[in-house]
Design a protein around this ligand. Structure first.
Ligand SMILES: *[C@@H]1O[C@H](CO)[C@@H](O)[C@H](O)[C@H]1NC(C)=O
Ligand SMILES: *[C@@H]1O[C@H](CO)[C@@H](O)[C@H](O)[C@H]1NC(C)=O
Length: 353
């Protein structure tokens, strides 16, 4: 962004004697700045990515039936009948009961039967403490929205959590056309997102794309990637783990590329690696905020599909802004405003929950 501004200023100084060319330059620079700040420039660029990807290989039912994930301990029965348009898998930690309840009372309260047709489920593993284990079983009985698989619930195991959720989608929720993987501190505008997805066709991998990210090789770092797990100097482009969408077909293509592990612990990076192998390029969607939080403002929550780092109380406020007043008017440059004044959070930002 800064380099575009600098280039524009330099061009101005050079051309200042010719008024007509200067006017043209001004217009093109403003347009370029608008496109880059609003995220549309990256959205356009990401559409060229498939050129650099192999063609998707055919789906193989035998590889899909033997996905190497731990067995399910809890699995919501009949949750997917009737199937929703959008299945939302929220990676959550056992101690985050307040966040799960916050989501249940707000954007997660919609069901397959509503017009938005989304279904929100939480994905967890096995807590260390016995009392947390029984509380989770109790919570699952009460709400019927918890998927639990048999492995230790920890930050390092987040990739297993994602793969478990996706495997559940393939095995138990065939009818869902899209899967959104997100975290329990993300606000999802389920209403706007569902109506956007209705028109999407084919193999899709959508989100906030991170380009040219180098692996961190310091074992002390939370986002460390061991050389044995990924040898390259840079990861392929991947969508931020705070919210990415896969079409149902794409989930199958990705999962059949997953080996037996161990897997890199950055789940969003690993999904990007699988997508590269499967020949499915990520596509930027400007309205997905990624790891930034957007201004706490009614028009922003209405316009954007996701926003990061909300407390349960913030979720409630945001949801009240979104669901009321369907006809609420928002100014034309809302997206530009929301993205430019959002707070980038947590520079590491990989699959943070
Ligand atoms: C879960 O895994 C543990 C060991 O990792 C094993 O002892 C236990 O039997 C498993 N439980 C189920 C229900 O598969
Ligand atoms: C991840 O889960 C596996 C399987 O349950 C377990 O052996 C391992 O200790 C876990 N890793 C961490 C860092 O908790």
């Amino acid at each position: 962004m800064r380099s575009i501004t600098a280039a524009c200023l330099r061009l101005f100084c050079f051309h200042r004697r010719r008024w007509s060319s200067m006017f043209l330059l001004l217009i093109s620079c403003l347009l370029l700045l608008f496109l880059s700040f609003s995220g549309y420039l990256e959205e356009c660029l990401s559409r060229a990515l498939p050129i650099f990807y192999p063609n998707p290989s055919p789906l193989s039912p035998s590889r899909l039936s033997s996905i190497p994930v731990p067995p399910f301990l809890l699995s919501p029965a009949n949750a997917c009948s009737p199937p929703p348009l959008l299945l939302i898998l929220v990676s959550s930690a056992p101690s985050h009961r307040d966040r799960r309840d916050g989501i249940r009372q707000t954007w997660g309260s919609l069901s397959s039967a509503t017009a938005s047709s989304s279904l929100t489920l939480f994905v967890l593993a096995v807590p260390d403490k016995a009392e947390e284990r029984s509380a989770l079983v109790h919570e699952a009985v009460t709400h019927g929205d918890i998927i639990q698989a048999n492995f230790t619930d920890s930050y390092r195991n987040l990739t297993i959590k994602t793969l478990t959720g996706l495997a559940w989608a393939v095995q138990k929720c065939q009818g869902a056309r899209f899967v959104l993987k997100t975290d329990d501190d993300v606000f999802v505008n389920t209403l706007a997102l569902s109506s956007f997805l209705k028109d999407q066709q084919g193999l899709r991998y959508l989100g906030r794309v991170h380009w040219h990210v180098a692996p961190l090789r310091d074992p002390e770092n939370r986002h460390y990637t061991a050389r044995e797990l990924y040898t390259g100097s840079h990861f392929p482009p991947y969508c931020s783990g705070t919210g990415y969408i896969l079409s149902h077909g794409a989930v199958g293509h990705l999962l059949q590329e997953a080996g037996n592990g161990p897997w890199p612990s950055l789940e969003d990076v690993y999904i990007g690696i699988l997508a590269k192998q499967a020949g499915i390029a990520p596509r930027q969607v400007a309205k997905i905020a990624g790891a930034s939080s957007i201004p706490h403002n009614s028009c922003c929550y209405r316009t954007m599909f996701t926003s990061h780092k909300l407390t349960p109380r913030g979720m409630q406020e945001a949801w009240n802004m979104v669901k009321g007043e369907e006809e609420h008017w928002c100014p034309p440059l809302t997206l530009l405003f929301c993205r430019s004044f959002g707070q980038p959070l947590d520079k590491g930002e990989n699959g943070d929950s």
